[in-house]
Design a protein around this ligand. Structure first.
Ligand SMILES: [Zn+2]
Length: 175
C-alpha cells in the first residue's frame, strides 16, 4: 500500500491504536491492522465495523459512573444525529451552554448529564443503532439510581475495544 501523503510504500503492523478519530482521547482499539509510513509518519488504521465500535463506546459512556466530559457529550450527541441547537431545546438549556460544555469551558450539571443520557436511550435513532431494549432499560435504571446516590468520582478510564468484543457484539446483532 502506497502512502497517500508522500507516495512511499507503507508497512502493515498489528498493533493497538488510539482511536482519536472518535473525538475521544481514551479509546484504544486492540490488535488492529495499521499501515504506517516511515517517511512521513502517516498512519492508516483498518477499522472494520465502525458502527459496532461506536455502539460499544456509547454503551460504555451511558453507564459510566462519573460525569460526562465535553468530548463524551459531543460523541453521544453526534451518535444521536442531533445538532447543538436541537439538543439545547430538548434539555431546556441555552445553545451557548452546549458549546461551553463540549469545549470543557463549563461543567455539565448533574441534572443535564442524567437527562441527556436518558434522552439518548429514549431517542428512536439511538435505539435503532444500539442494543435490545432490555439492555437500554438496564442502563436507564442505572442512570436514575445515580441520581439518588450521586455520581461516583471516577478517573477517566481507558475504553479498550478488543477484536473479540467487536465480533461478540456483531454476533449479538444477528440474534
Ligand atoms: Zn508517507
Amino acid at each position: 500500500m502506497k502512502c497517500p501523503n508522500c507516495g512511499n510504500e507503507m508497512k502493515s503492523k498489528i498493533r493497538d491504536y488510539e482511536y482519536v478519530e472518535s473525538g475521544l482521547k481514551n479509546v484504544v482499539l486492540k490488535g488492529i491492522t495499521v499501515h504506517e509510513c516511515k517517511h512521513c509518519g502517516e498512519m492508516l488504521p483498518e477499522i472494520s465495523n465502525v458502527k459496532q465500535i461506536h455502539k460499544w463506546i456509547a454503551e460504555y459512556l451511558l453507564s459510566k459512573g462519573a460525569p460526562l466530559t465535553g468530548e463524551e457529550f459531543r460523541f453521544l450527541r453526534k451518535a444521536m444525529g442531533k445538532s447543538a441547537k436541537e439538543t439545547a431545546l430538548s434539555l431546556a438549556v441555552n445553545p451557548v451552554s452546549i458549546s461551553r460544555w463540549e469545549n470543557n469551558k463549563e461543567k455539565i450539571g448533574p441534572q443535564s448529564d442524567r437527562l441527556f443520557r436518558v434522552a439518548f436511550i429514549l431517542d428512536t435513532n439511538s435505539i435503532a443503532a444500539l442494543s435490545p431494549a432490555t439492555i437500554l432499560l438496564k442502563h436507564a435504571r442505572e442512570i436514575l439510581q445515580c441520581a439518588v446516590s450521586g455520581h461516583k468520582k471516577l478517573k477517566s478510564e481507558k475504553i479498550v475495544i478488543t477484536p473479540q468484543k467487536v465480533r461478540q457484539e456483531h454476533a449479538d446483532a444477528h440474534d
